[in-house]
Design a protein around this ligand. Structure first.
Ligand SMILES: *Cc1c(COP(=O)(O)O)cnc(C)c1O
Length: 400
């Protein structure tokens, strides 16, 4: 049996170097725990980047996957399948939307949303306004929509029709609206660039611009959706409803699946042949998705996320108070939390993540600015306490 070092060597030999990885080959997961090839245990506050929301290998999801894998793996979207219909019904019954398009990832769900915004708005109206600091994916169109130059570098010229507004100021968005504009795209809370929530007043102002200027409002809830912020969708607690919403990450609890949701009226613009995906809504991934939604929608689940999220945020605020030279406070919603660092803390961010890893604890350094915590939504108060204890130990070492 190979150990971590051997797996790392074999992997590095054959993979294109797009990722800088932790030096561990993960072999097993259960709940909020992972085990590597050396048999080392980790407390996972990354959950595959907000994907394994119900914890690793949740029995009900595993059962749904196994059952579906034993009866039908794939037929393409030339046919109906039961899991895809059940998943779409659950999404529609629990959201503003009437219709769903299934994809395989967040970027693909956003691509579908961008194509819908263009075709629905008609010839000459193709421009999408997104926000600086946003993250919408790594395909050419979604990277163009992403408001962070570091993701653009080397890939120009990017697809046309994407402009970025300064974060936080509705007037900056309005100044970019013109005859070509078809939509405003944003995350209700920016995840990748450092856990930056958009205030309800700001989102309401964006909605108002869309209504007044006849633009579509697209919410990228790929990271914030499906209970992560304490409500099924983040926008529910912000009093603003989009015209189009995208989902992915947590939808399959680990299986690749994405979805683009919209209203009947807007959906009518995507007619047969205008968009497609071979694997989109694959029966096994959709069966996992339906199981995930049933669990998240079960009585008390979201209330529990809110309660433990509030407890976690309080504990993190305590860490910031204890180490004012390294951290200034906590921000985020539900179980999507960031510890905001001082300049000194930012300089140590990568070290903090490494030291946490050395103590068997997985977190990350979002946007090279904020320590991001996205544990499985089922994380227990005891596991939160363990995380906090280890974080304090690491910060005390580094502050010394
Ligand atoms: C992760 C993420 C994406 C991209 O999803 P992929 O599945 O990696 O393509 C898009 N938008 C947001 C907000 C994300 O967090």
């Amino acid at each position: 049996m190979n150990d971590n070092a051997q797996w790392k060597e074999r992997g590095d030999k054959v993979f294109i170097g797009t990722y800088s990885r932790f030096p561990a080959a993960m072999v097993r997961g259960e709940g909020c725990r992972l085990w590597d090839a050396n048999g080392r245990e980790y407390l996972d506050f990354l959950s595959g980047i907000a994907v394994c929301a119900l914890g690793h290998c949740h029995p009900a999801v595993t059962e749904a996957i196994q059952r579906q894998a034993g009866s039908l793996l794939h037929v393409s979207n030339l046919f109906y399948t039961v899991p895809q219909i059940e998943l779409a019904e659950l999404l529609v019954a629990n959201s503003f939307a009437d219709k769903v398009f299934m994809a395989n990832s967040g970027a693909e769900a956003n691509e579908a949303a961008l194509k819908l915004a263009r075709i629905h708005s008609g010839p000459g109206r193709y421009e999408v306004i997104s926000l600086l600091g946003s993250f919408h994916g790594r395909t050419l169109a979604t990277v163009a929509a992403t408001g962070q130059p570091r993701f653009h570098q080397g890939f120009e010229p990017l697809p046309q029709g994407f402009v970025h507004a300064e974060f936080g100021d509705p007037a900056a968005i309005e100044a970019l609206v013109n005859d070509r504009t078809c939509a405003i795209l944003c995350e209700p809370l920016q995840g990748e660039s450092g856990v930056r929530p958009l205030e309800p007043e700001y989102l309401k102002a964006i909605r108002e611009i869309c209504d007044r200027r006849n633009l579509l409002l697209i919410f990228d809830e790929v990271q914030t959706g499906l209970g992560r912020t304490g409500t099924l969708f983040a926008h529910e607690q912000l009093g603003v409803t989009p015209d189009i919403m995208t989902l992915a990450k947590a939808l399959g609890n680990g299986l690749p699946i994405g979805a683009m949701l919209t209203t009947d009226k807007i959906a009518a613009s995507l007619t047969a042949g205008t968009h497609a995906s071979t694997f989109g809504g694959n029966p096994v991934a959709a069966a996992a998705g339906a199981a995930v939604l049933r669990l998240i929608l079960a009585d008390g689940f979201l209330a529990g996320v809110r309660e433990r999220g509030a407890y976690f945020a309080e504990q993190l605020a305590g860490v910031a108070r204890q180490f004012p030279e390294l951290a200034t406070g906590v921000r985020g919603r539900g179980m999507l939390l960031g510890l905001v660092l001082t300049e000194k803390g930012i300089g140590l961010g990568a070290r903090i993540v490494e030291e946490m890893f050395a103590r068997g604890t997985l977190i990350n350094f979002a946007g090279n600015r904020v320590l991001r915590f996205v544990p499985p939504l089922v994380v227990s108060p005891a596991e939160i306490d363990t995380l906090i204890e280890r974080l304090k130990a690491v910060l005390a070492d580094l502050a010394a």
